[in-house]
Design a protein around this ligand. Structure first.
Ligand SMILES: Cc1cc2nc3c(=O)[nH]c(=O)nc-3n(C[C@H](O)[C@H](O)[C@H](O)COP(=O)(O)OP(=O)(O)OC[C@H]3O[C@@H](n4cnc5c(N)ncnc54)[C@H](O)[C@@H]3O)c2cc1C
Length: 443
């Protein structure tokens, strides 16, 4: 007899799980609290949906689930995901290894998933919020399937907020995390998992902007510039990332900031001090700058290219006022800010600037330190870090505590960096849990 399966949550992971389970012959029902499935997918990748990445593997993930990634992806990784979507009729384009639907529309990804759900068919109950999952344990030596009252032992009962109850052979919890709750994922899945006996690793916003303490942000809000950022926790260097830094009126944002944000969030939660060092001229070691730096200065082999660059700058621009001295190095607003922080007047002539202030200015270009006092909230985060402790699930994503209950997607304690990694986890974990719940696990 076909297994009867409920999928709770019609997001990326839930829809993939439902397709995998139905393709394996199960009778599948998806419960989605919104009036339609896949709302979050529409806002991914700025509406273009960066659904995967050609560079993939455990190294791009954090959390207890990272240990599961390589095995799960060996069965359903990037290659199988590309085949899966191509099989649904979606053309794919790669931008430097970042994968998108060729249409340039996130809605394509959602559409092809919806059409497949319809074709199989999978029952979709929208506007149905699940509030409880109860498992009728097989006690006193009873074998799964034996009837005790109206529910066979081993069966799982799913209850909606209107108190409607339905029995299933297996349930897949794919309710997402807490990020972007406007799309439906408000953390309800953690509460249900906790009631089933699972441990929830503390949940924090990740892939989000950092709110900082300095009073200068309004002066530079709106500026975007190339920078290399290094996170410091209690003074110790941590992760580093380079890319387009975006200055906001409350702090720093942009992809390199997102990549550091989950570590910052956990450190702040633990009451630790968090700073970010910003190198505003990360390409100073480029060939053209090195050539410029070494011209006429090759007599000092011990000095770094950076030192020589600055030495030459101070020599060649010595007759300039300092606002002109910083022009052409970085964005003008940033250059003027650094002057102020170094205690140098814009009208000062370069050769009059004392050595102490010169050193301070060149130091600031290399390492402007900002103090982080918080992250943006879950509302503005792309994902949440934390969730169901993955040491309590099997390699097929079945609960070790309550057999018959499976998990998929962001509800698990695993988060990827920016670049298609979180959706890849949703597809891979969804497909794995769906097949296994249907009794057709991958080898
Ligand atoms: C703005 C934004 C941009 C992003 N861009 C990218 C990107 O380009 N690439 C990338 O890889 N990742 C991106 N992400 C992250 C990615 O979208 C998520 O990690 C992924 O969608 C998680 O999938 P999920 O199915 O686990 O959870 P979700 O997509 O959150 O789906 C969970 C579903 O469960 C439903 N639900 C919750 N509780 C209940 C309940 N009690 N009963 C019934 N239904 C319930 C919700 O309504 C929701 O539809 C982005 C996220 C955001 C917010």
């Amino acid at each position: 007899m076909n297994r009867k399966i409920a999928v709770i949550g019609g997001g990326a992971a839930g829809m993939t799980a439902a397709i995998a389970a139905a393709r394996s012959g199960a009778s599948v029902t998806v419960y989605e609290r919104n009036d339609r499935v896949g709302k979050k997918i529409l806002s991914t990748g700025n509406g273009k949906c960066n659904f995967s990445n050609e560079k993939m593997g455990r190294a791009y993930y954090r959390g207890s689930g990272a240990a599961l990634v390589d095995n799960i992806y060996a069965n359903f990784g990037v290659k199988q995901t590309v085949e899966f979507f191509r099989g649904l009729g979606m053309r794919i384009k790669s931008r430097d290894g970042y994968l998108y639907p060729a249409s340039g529309q996130a809605s394509t990804v959602l559409d092809v998933l919806r059409y497949e759900l319809e074709r199989l068919p999978v029952r979709i109950h929208t506007g149905q919020r699940i509030v409880a999952v109860d498992v009728h344990k097989c006690e006193n030596g009873a074998v799964a399937g034996e009837t005790a009252g109206s529910v066979a032992c081993g069966q799982i009962v799913v209850e909606t907020e209107n108190h409607a109850k339905e029995k299933y052979d297996a349930v897949i919890l794919a309710c997402g995390g807490k990020a972007a709750p406007g799309t439906g994922s408000d953390g309800a899945g953690y509460i249900m998992a906790e009631k089933l006996g699972h441990r929830i690793v503390p949940v924090v916003p990740a892939l989000t902007a950092l709110r900082c303490a300095e009073d200068f942000y309004k002066r530079v809000a709106g500026v975007r510039c190339d920078a290399k950022l290094t996170l410091y926790i209690d003074g110790q260097p941590g992760r580093s990332d380079r890319g387009e830094l975006q200055w906001t009126d409350y702090g720093i944002s942009g992809i390199p900031v997102f990549q550091l944000s989950r570590d910052a969030a956990y450190a702040l939660k633990d009451g630790r001090s968090v700073t970010v060092s910003i190198d505003l001229m990360p390409d100073l070691d480029r060939e053209e700058d090195v050539t410029y730096a070494y011209a006429g200065a090759a007599d000092d082999p011990a000095a770094s290219a950076r030192d020589l660059f600055w030495r030459k700058r101070w020599e060649s621009q010595s007759w300039q006022s300092m606002d002109r001295f910083v022009t052409g190095l970085v964005n003008k607003k940033i250059g003027l800010l650094l002057l102020k922080l170094a205690g140098i007047k814009e009208t000062e002539i370069a050769y009059n600037v004392p050595e102490r202030n010169r050193k301070e200015l060149t130091k600031l270009f290399r390492s402007l330190i900002v103090s982080v006092k918080g992250t943006n909230s879950f509302e503005q985060a792309q994902v949440s870090a934390g969730g169901i402790d993955c040491s309590e699930v099997t390699g097929q994503l079945e609960s070790r505590i309550v057999p018959g209950v499976y998990f998929a997607g962001e509800i698990l304690d695993l988060d990827g960096i920016c670049g298609g990694y979180n959706l890849q986890w949703a597809w891979s974990s969804g497909y794995t849990a769906g097949r296994a719940a249907a009794g057709n696990p991958a080898e």
